[in-house]
Write a protein that binds this ligand. Sequence first.
Ligand code: AMP
Ligand code: GLY
Length: 424
Amino acid sequence: MRILVIGGGAREHALCRALSLDPEVTALHCAPGNAGTAEVATTHSVDALDGEAVADLAQAPAVRADLVVIGPEAPLVAGVADAVRARGVAVFGPSAEAARLEGSKAFAKDVMAAAGVPTARSYLCTTPAEADEALDAFGPPYVVKDDGLAAGKGVVVTDDLEAARAHARSCERVVIEEFLDGPEVSLFAVTDGETVVPLQPAQDFKRAYDGDEGPNTGGMGAYSPLPWADPELVREIERTVLRPTVDELRRRGTPFSGLLYAGLAITSRGVRVIEFNARFGDPETQAVLARLRTPAAGLLHAAATGRLAAFPPLRWSEDAAVTVVIAAHDYPDKPRTGDVIEGLDAVAEQDAPDAYVLHAGTRRDAAGHVVSAGGRVLSVTATGAGLAGARERAYEAIGRIRLDGSHHRTDIAAKAAEQAAHTS
Ligand code: AMP
Ligand code: GLY
């Protein structure tokens, strides 16, 4: 199978890595890619938001893709999957219409209401007066969300009324909702619009600094599995969230095929959806794919071609996986780029295959050095017999990497590893 992956973050590197290990894959291409994907796939430059350009690339003689996998949300929301599908090429990724599940918080709320999916009560506000009224109705902590795409940074959760009001005023349309407490879970499902195949759950760390301090980010680390979670949790989410949502979009005539990502809070009153995404999550994908034993290409192709019902059950490693993100100086505020990254060879020589680097914002400069080119620069993923072991390996590998001014969290999966140690 010949595959073209669109995107250039750590998620795409994780996808390329998994696909490169699948014997069914005979050619792997990535566009625009990064310095890491270039090691396992042929790189092409493309405007990922231009559907016709992506479709042209998929059909170019050098590529001739049997399957296009679209990683990030922006191309999906822009209709890139539709443009490629219109050429008769199989695509893993939803249509623009179905990707609105991620592209508009208000649309997602509407689908959830119609499908009876549990989520936070909310108001859609378009004027400062409406926003003030909604903030007043819920009280602190305030949850204020930009309606559109904002790379994980459009959400403000705060006890400070003035900060909540300021964020509401900076958005054209804003969703203000009830605060959900309890631990968060990310559950991904592969779907062809009809059959839903949940992956293993993961937990993401959204705040920039240790102890869940600092601003929200795209995600600073993740782990899987969740030793503290009820073993029935995945089945419950499949029944109450994933299936009803997929059924509702099919009923509307806009079936969702691709990766449905449910971000959930496990509250004292049960599971509640915090958000949907229309693509693999970053950094959870790095941890989840590290444990997937089923070859990835066949799974994604079956989803893209409506053949998931006949797909055999997924196989998973018993190992735990931990991913830690290394972010650039001053991420998420004004990340600095162009810093040289050192120690990548040392990780490849001393830690592989149990720990490895997945590139996010990186590129090779004219001298051949790998340099930072984005806010989240790298992630290190490690596997081990338990979370404690996987954590240790991940941080050992991190210790070998040098990037001037960078920061990473030191507490990824720490609490869960401790809980696992106490209960085993
Ligand atoms: P979102 O982009 O909707 O996933 O929001 C980003 C982060 O903000 C989530 O991962 C949560 O940590 C937090 N958040 C969003 N909505 C709520 C809510 N209703 N209650 C509590 N925290 C929330
Ligand atoms: N890990 C959060 C996201 O991918 O949106």
